[in-house]
Ligand binder design. Structure first.
Ligand SMILES: Cc1cc2nc3c(=O)[nH]c(=O)nc-3n(C[C@H](O)[C@H](O)[C@H](O)COP(=O)(O)OP(=O)(O)OC[C@H]3O[C@@H](n4cnc5c(N)ncnc54)[C@H](O)[C@@H]3O)c2cc1C
Length: 430
């Protein structure tokens, strides 16, 4: 494994960093406030962010996530991961600036792979052009989101239209979105993993009702994490995305890349938190000397550096494995990084807040906002416990197989990735 970026990627990374220095950080706070105040129906982005996005697009820093060269630079997952880390330094504003934010990225990827020509024209192209935003509507309040085979929202085909009835929540970004990709049950009598399909639902469809932005840790503004009711909501039958009953298969397609993106952004957030923690420790005096001289604080800094560097290498490894051996072979590594990166970023942010004292708890630095934003990562896209469950299952199955065939020429050392057929948590939400 060689994680030295190619000259092309190294140059892109420099340009992303320069762009963030020049265009983003100086107005990061204003952009966050404008997102809260201006976004709403028909307004996907606030004015100040639209201006930044236009510059990014003109500079060719656009759709960098797209592995398909027709639509983006065609980077490998680990290469884009390096850029994602830099964007994670400003985890909400930067991905939006470069048209690389979830859930649009995952939605664009599955539209490229599964959309019809008509769907690509109506839904994909305006997303690629940054004219609209979209959302992914899967989790329901009444059933466990960790186990989407329990989904209840149904769609029935009536006179050439899908009629959708159900209740969703935590549909991120629905406020100001143009359409949702809804995961709904179309074939209730089929086996659990072929019951659901994905349907494209423009928000102006009759029966689509955005009830509220759910307040998340005191925040209910901006694109939001929305509660939505579908009541006899009608869309043409041509809005089915991919095959009928293929909802879980398509969801799996979003899983790997989406998780790498989340994890690398988390690492970028943690890097910025370490920088801020060190700066504060070096400049703040207490009990006769700088905080940097106190061993408790040094412990915070050292632990953070060790954990972030470990998490980065494991995440790049997962991305590299996906690039070289495919998504299926990389599943174990992807589950592992999802747990590791989500916890490392929270631990590092917590230490950085602690070193800043009351300033760290305030919104005068980005730390508190980053903490609120990142906490979701331990829950969304498969909670920690579900990932640990499948990691352990694969490990246990591998050991059981080995015990059954002790003379086999299996690997002498545990592979970093699992390769058995155990169930993947089929979450692909953000
Ligand atoms: C900020 C945020 C944004 C989100 N965005 C989206 C989105 O855009 N679209 C979307 O569809 N969904 C989204 N989600 C929903 C998210 O994917 C679900 O919350 C997640 O899948 C967990 O489902 P649940 O909330 O129903 O928890 P449950 O399934 O009820 O689980 C609750 C807890 O039970 C424990 N648990 C569950 N299963 C096991 C197990 N097998 N072993 C041990 N413990 C277990 C875990 O600790 C888990 O956290 C978002 C969530 C958040 C917080």
């Amino acid at each position: 494994m060689d994680f030295n970026p190619s000259p092309e990627v190294a140059e892109l990374r420099e340009r992303v960093l320069d762009f963030m220095d020049a265009e983003l950080y100086p107005q990061e706070r204003e952009i966050m406030e404008a997102l809260d105040e201006e976004v709403g129906p028909g307004v996907p982005y606030p004015e100040n962010l639209v201006a930044v996005r236009e510059k990014a697009r003109n500079d060719g820093l656009w759709n960098l996530f797209m592995p398909d060269e027709r639509f983006g630079p065609g980077l490998k997952n680990w290469e884009y991961g390096l850029l994602c880390e830099e964007m994670g330094r400003s985890p909400m504003a930067a991905p939006m600036a470069f048209n690389c934010s979830a859930p649009d990225t995952g939605n664009m990827e599955i539209l490229v792979d599964h959309g019809t020509d008509e769907q690509k024209q109506r839904f994909l192209q305006p997303l690629l052009d940054g004219e609209i935003r979209s959302c992914f509507s899967m989790t329901e309040p009444e059933v466990s989101g960790s186990d989407p085979t329990t989904l209840q929202t149904k769609a029935e085909l009536v006179d050439g239209e899908w009629v959708i009835n159900g209740h969703k929540w935590f549909t991120s970004g629905a406020n100001g979105a143009d359409f949702a990709i809804a995961m709904v049950v179309t074939d209730p009598d089929a086996p659990p993993y072929t019951r659901a399909s994905m349907i494209l639902v423009p928000v102006e469809s009759p029966g689509f009702e955005l009830i509220r932005n759910v307040s998340v840790m005191g925040h209910d503004q901006g694109p939001g994490h929305c509660e939505i009711r579908y009541t006899d909501c009608r869309v043409p039958d041509s809005n089915l995305l991919g095959e009928r009953g293929a909802g879980f298969v398509i969801a799996q397609d979003r899983l790997g890349p989406g998780r790498i993106h989340h994890c690398m952004r988390a690492i970028g957030t943690a890097e910025r938190a370490i920088e801020m923690m060190c700066k504060r420790a070096n400049s703040r005096d207490s009990f006769g000397g700088p905080l940097a001289d106190k061993q408790f604080v040094q412990d915070f800094v050292a632990k953070s550096r060790m954990e972030v560097d470990q998490a980065r290498l494991l995440t790049l490894y997962a991305a590299w494995q996906m690039d070289t051996e495919g998504k299926r072979r990389a599943r174990q590594a992807i589950s592992m990084i999802k747990v590791v990166a989500a916890n490392v970023v929270m631990d590092v942010l917590d230490r950085a807040i602690q070193v800043h004292g009351s300033l760290g708890m305030s919104d005068d630095t980005p730390l508190a906002g980053m903490w609120r934003f990142m906490r979701m990562l331990r829950v969304a896209d498969g909670p920690d416990e579900v990932h640990k469950m499948v990691i352990a299952r694969r490990e246990l199955n591998r050991a059981a197989r080995k015990a059954e065939t002790p003379d086999s020429d299996g690997p002498r050392h545990a592979p970093v990735s699992g390769t058995d057929g155990s169930a993947e948590p089929a979450k692909a939400t953000t």
